[in-house]
Design a protein around this ligand. Structure first.
Ligand code: KIV
Length: 290
């Protein structure tokens, strides 16, 4: 029996029915569990984990082993959402065989249902090979963070007509190659609307305005949790970082002032005062108090 829950067909149906698709990134068991409990449709194990979880400056140092490790944890936390795992930097730019082997690891070892690849025209042979092999592929165009050194910074893409035309062409070619959905990152909303109208498959926007078929945000950005990046397209829905810092500060203060732990947080045993441990130790361990 196949896996129940959200599938690539569910997402296509949602586009037809004009139901917005909710995607969020997650990188570990608790973030996946909470995202599933919140009812998201898709979890992306994004290579943004390089920045928000591993503390790198970009997604470039993230390895396939990192992706497998985090994808496994996410799959343990969530069963209903579709789980998409990012193919990391250079893992799909060598031979087709190597690409298939790498993509296969995210499904076989990681447990993901689908993979995501950044790029347009240049990666079509890799996309086609994965789709032919039965691996669902999500595309990703616009700002493609793995090409940050070529793009020269995290900038909005498709601002002039020539770039916009190229992105529309890339989106159409990816659809033809068999991707089940495309992420549009940091493109003007007019271009995202045009691409969303031209494609039969759903578009998922991040910094691409309200006219995409779905939206994705990075978990840590939604929560303002350890991420001090606040690009224009992020809407923070909580201040978890501040709450965590406050809680840890309070814990540290209480330990230093010997207010924590109290006896209610401690275990007790029925040692007598003549116990081998001696009166001093018995007092320290709470004596006969229950
Ligand atoms: O890695 C990631 O989180 C992503 C999203 C920004 C789409 O690719």
């Amino acid at each position: 029996m196949g896996k129940k829950g959200v599938t690539t067909s569910t997402l296509k149906k949602m586009k037809i029915e004009k139901k917005p698709i909710v995607m969020v990134t997650a990188y570990d068991y608790p973030s996946a569990l909470l995202s599933e409990q919140a009812g998201v449709d898709v979890i992306l194990v994004g290579d943004s984990l390089g920045m928000v979880v591993l503390g790198y400056d970009s997604t470039i140092p993230v390895t396939l082993d990192d992706m497998v490790h985090h994808t496994r944890a996410v799959c343990r936390g969530a069963r209903n959402p579709l789980i998409v795992s990012d193919m990391p930097f250079l893992s799909y730019h060598g031979t087709i065989d190597k690409t298939l082997q790498n993509a296969g690891r995210l499904l076989q070892d990681g447990g993901a249902t689908a993979i995501k690849m950044e790029g347009g025209k240049d990666i079509l042979p890799m996309v086609e090979a994965c789709v032919k092999a039965g691996i669902p592929v999500m595309g990703h165009i616009g700002l493609t963070p793995q090409s940050i050194n070529q793009l020269g910074g995290y900038k909005v893409q498709g601002k002039n007509e020539e770039e916009a035309k190229r992105l529309i062409e890339d989106a159409l070619l990816l659809e033809e190659a068999g991707v089940f959905s495309v992420v549009l990152e940091c493109v003007p909303y007019q271009l995202a609307r045009e691409i969303s109208n031209q494609l039969m498959i759903p578009t998922i926007g991040i910094g691409a305005g309200p006219y995409c078929d779905g939206q994705v945000l990075v978990f840590h950005d939604i929560l303002q949790y350890g991420s001090n990046l606040s690009p224009k397209f992020v809407k923070p829905y909580a201040s978890v970082g501040e709450q965590v810092k406050g809680a840890i500060e309070l814990y540290a203060k209480e330990v230093r002032e010997r207010k924590f732990p109290e006896l209610t947080h401690s275990f007790s045993a029925d040692y007598g005062t003549n116990d081998k441990m001696g009166t001093k130790d018995v007092a320290l361990y709470g004596g006969n108090q229950k």
